[in-house]
Design a binder for this molecule. Structure first.
Ligand code: ATP
Ligand code: MG
Length: 388
């Protein structure tokens, strides 16, 4: 339920928030008026930053009872030309740490009062992810470090957002890639973070090593080719001290898989989504100095991943089918299913839930996410509507 902000703004201690975030009060009140900072009432009452405000990241969540802040997860820039970008971006580091970029969805797990919450990138509490996090992460770490937030990727087939089957994960697992201070967002150095996770038995994303700046691009190109071969997404390259911001670099296979997915629901994605991904292919091809044969292969793959899914969608619609995406969740409690259904309504996702199926001590629930915009546009064009 998203209600009128002004009605709820008094629940927020603006003076305290301004002090802790080090931004002027009028920026916060202005953002509340514009609904850039929104009141959200769900599992817990909170205000979320829909977009950045001054230096504060979008996705930041401010809780009211008890008062607490979890900073949003910062955007990670992408390199298209690996070697020059590494030299330029990490010029003040001797080495870079390379970790796998896993393809799932970004989650921040934190303790608010005495409850564990799992926040999505947008700063909402996801009830499904929270149930999973209680099981996967537990309270031990937070009893010792209540001021920290675990940032990681939720990966696996039982994912309502980014389902992936190739990781050999049974349901959904959580892999930590960052530990930050809740209020300041300050990150912990890479090896210290990994050692701490090991101590508490919480999985981290895969670590490939620390490489000298001069050699890193050769190592990373090799890693990317291997990861691509098994559909894995790519790497995130980090300053071991986490002073400079990290950089991401991904495989062509994963890029094409994203395109294949997005073109099936072509009208529900922004056009930038497509353009950026085509550019990545062109720069990677040049950096790798591809011969005629590799180039042809890349072109064919790109073309097939753009056109085939869209043609499939048009044919489906022509046959009177509804364009939808099938996902599934696996829960212990049926209450979580209800809460998750409410949550999807709150964030504006149109979804049809099937009846829960009991499997052992859990329930599997299949969900059809309806991509309305693609349905409407395809139907209209098939009926003769002009493109513009
Ligand atoms: P961004 O907002 O950073 O541009 P995006 O939504 O476009 O992100 P991605 O292209 O998937 O997403 O890249 C960034 C995301 O990668 C992070 O938000 C995080 O969820 C995910 N990720 C996976 N593995 C790692 C890792 N090892 N280190 C950092 N982030 C990782
Ligand atoms: Mg991702």
């Amino acid at each position: 339920m998203r209600r009128d902000v002004s009605e709820f703004a008094k629940k927020l201690d603006i003076g305290k928030l301004s002090g802790l975030l080090d931004i002027p009060e009028h920026r916060i009140t202005g953002a509340l008026k514009r609904k850039t900072v929104q009141y959200v009432w769900g599992k817990k009452e909170l205000f979320r930053f829909d977009k950045p405000v001054s230096s504060i990241e979008g996705g930041t969540s401010v809780f009211t009872k008890p008062f607490d802040i979890v900073r949003g997860f910062p955007k990670i820039s992408r390199t298209l030309m690996l070697n020059p970008a590494l030299q330029k971006h990490f010029s003040s580091c001797r080495k870079v740490a390379v970790e796998e970029k896993m393809n799932g969805y970004n989650v921040r797990v934190a303790l608010i009062g005495d409850a564990l919450v799992a926040l999505t990138r947008g700063g909402f509490i996801c009830p499904y992810t929270t149930e999973k996090a209680i099981d996967l992460v537990g309270l031990d770490f937070f009893k010792d470090h209540p001021e920290l937030v675990l940032c990681g990727e939720m990966v696996g087939p039982d994912s309502p957002y980014v389902p992936k089957t190739f990781y050999d994960i049974e349901s959904l697992d959580f892999f930590v890639f960052d530990i930050r201070e809740k209020i300041t967002g300050k990150p912990m150095p890479v090896m210290k973070r990994r050692a701490l996770m090991e101590e508490y038995g919480i999985p981290s994303v895969r670590f490939f090593g620390e490489f000298e700046i001069g050699e890193a691009h050769n190592e990373i190109s090799q890693i990317i080719r291997e990861l691509g071969g098994s559909m894995h997404e790519g790497v995130v390259i980090k300053d071991p001290q986490m002073i400079l911001p990290p950089v991401k670099y991904t495989s062509s296979q994963s890029n094409c898989a994203d395109l294949r997915y997005a073109f099936e629901f072509y009208n529900d994605f922004g056009r930038d989504f497509f353009f950026g991904r085509v550019c990545r292919e062109a720069f990677q091809s040049v950096e790798w100095g591809e011969d005629e044969e590799s180039l042809k292969k890349r072109c064919r793959q790109l073309g097939e991943n753009l056109l085939l899914p869209m043609i499939k969608t048009i044919k489906k619609k022509k046959d009177g089918e509804r364009i939808a995406e099938n996902v599934q969740i696996r829960v212990k409690s049926l209450d979580t299913v209800k809460e998750f259904e409410e949550y999807l309504k709150l964030v504006g996702v149109d979804a049809v839930f099937e009846a829960p199926e009991k499997i052992g001590n859990e329930y599997l629930v299949r969900i059809r996410k309806i991509h309305q915009s693609t349905n409407d546009r395809t139907e209209a064009i098939l009926g003769g509507q002009l493109w513009s």
